[in-house]
Design a protein around this ligand. Sequence first.
Ligand code: QAP
Ligand code: CO
Length: 168
Amino acid sequence: MALLDILEFPDPRLRTKAETVEAVDDNLRQIIDDMFETMYDAPGIGLAATQVNVHKRLVVIDVSEDKSEPLVLINPEYEVLDQELESCQEGCLSVPGFYEEVVRPRHIRLKALDRDGKPYELEAEDLLAVCIQHEIDHLNGKLFVDYLSPLKRNRIRKKLEKQHRASA
Ligand code: QAP
Ligand code: CO
């Protein structure tokens, strides 16, 4: 097991579109284990492979309070189940220290492969639904700050760039 480095906004590598996973093998399971360790260490509730500079369609999520509901999403897809929207305060391990309201559909159906490569489906609402959408955005090179006004996004970018310069 190993902790992985997390890319931070505005790193251009976060804009990479991830590739479909062709084989769910031990090599991929090693990355999955390292991603869970990295997410729990942070601590966070979701981490996409893009954030650790692995450009495969792979996400780990656990929205429980006690690390009891680990979810692996390989090649995930979702459909919106009803038109109801919900505003949720979102954060991101790639945008540390910033939290903003984002509006998204509140009820979705997810289809993905699990860590054995087996297909599954689940319906998700509220925090889990938001988290799934946030993480799948990462696989498409999209960040929650893209939903904010350019003014807010640029403020966040400048503050993070300043921190990155200070720690370099
Ligand atoms: C995505 O984000 C998410 O700024 C997962 O300093 C977040 O796990 C979806 C984190 C909220 C829905 C609602 C953020 C940790 C963790 C930070 C995370 C930080 C330390 C973010
Ligand atoms: Co994120």
